[in-house]
Design a protein around this ligand. Structure first.
Ligand code: PRP
Ligand code: URA
Length: 209
């Protein structure tokens, strides 16, 4: 089974509380999602492998560490995942960015895929899928299906808010992926929204509805 971690750093929790508040407007919502993603990038890359490198400081030659191993791809699930890309890229600026377009049919709650564009060497990359919300898990499962179909192997998913139902469904469908979330909430309501959650992440991020 892959990792499951709640990233409960105080700064992440504080900023998440700000965006959960229904009075938080689009501008601050966007800024906070960006800042939380930045902090999450730091947390989810903690175990990146290092290698020795010899450099010369102004004083002497010395052996130091640099990141080695796979190159990174950040893959937002459209639309709301887009809000997490810049914050991640600030920490991992050389990463490539793939896109998976998916929306939840509001009646059936089933995801509908409409766009997939990934770096051509996706099978060799460490992939960070980003999406603010893991609700039923349908979108995340379908996103991982789409990635694996194209050769992806090393997949981590980063959410702001997850429902236990979504975590369970994702782990059952894809036991090999790692899951990180800033919060694990109580569950889903009858409309498929996370409780207490933060509402519709895409609408709040882009000021639609
Ligand atoms: C939201 C969210 C996830 C999905 C989670 O996107 O960003 O992708 O719902 O729900 P699930 O776990 O039940 O699949 P939505 O479909 O509202 O599209 P949007 O990003 O365009 O707003
Ligand atoms: N998608 C959202 O944006 N919010 C939820 O609570 C559930 C799915």
């Amino acid at each position: 089974m892959g990792k499951f971690e709640v990233l409960d750093h105080p700064l992440i929790q504080h900023k998440l509380t700000i965006i959960r508040d229904k009075h938080c407007g689009t501008k601050v919502f966007r800024e906070m999602v960006n800042e939380i993603s930045n902090l999450m990038a730091y947390e989810v890359s903690r175990d990146m492998p290092l290698e020795d490198v010899t450099i010369e400081t102004p004083i002497q030659v010395t052996k130091q560490k640099q990141i080695s191993g796979k190159k990174v791809a950040i893959v937002p699930i459209l639309r709301a995942g887009l809000g997490m890309v810049d914050g991640m890229l600030e920490m991992i600026p050389a990463a490539r960015v793939g896109h998976i377009g998916m929306y939840r049919d509001e009646k059936t709650l089933k995801p509908v895929e409409y766009f997939v564009k990934l770096p051509s060497d996706i099978s060799e990359r460490q992939i960070f899928v980003v999406d603010p919300m893991l609700a039923t898990g349908g979108s995340a499962i379908m996103a991982v299906d789409a990635l694996k179909k194209r050769g992806a192997k090393d997949i981590r998913l980063c959410f702001l808010v997850a429902a236990p139902e979504g975590v369970k469904a994702l782990q059952e469908a894809h036991p090999d992926v790692d899951i990180f979330t800033a919060a694990l909430d109580d569950g889903l309501n009858e409309d498929g929204y996370i409780v207490p959650g933060l509402g519709d992440a895409g609408d709040r991020l882009f000021g639609t509805k």
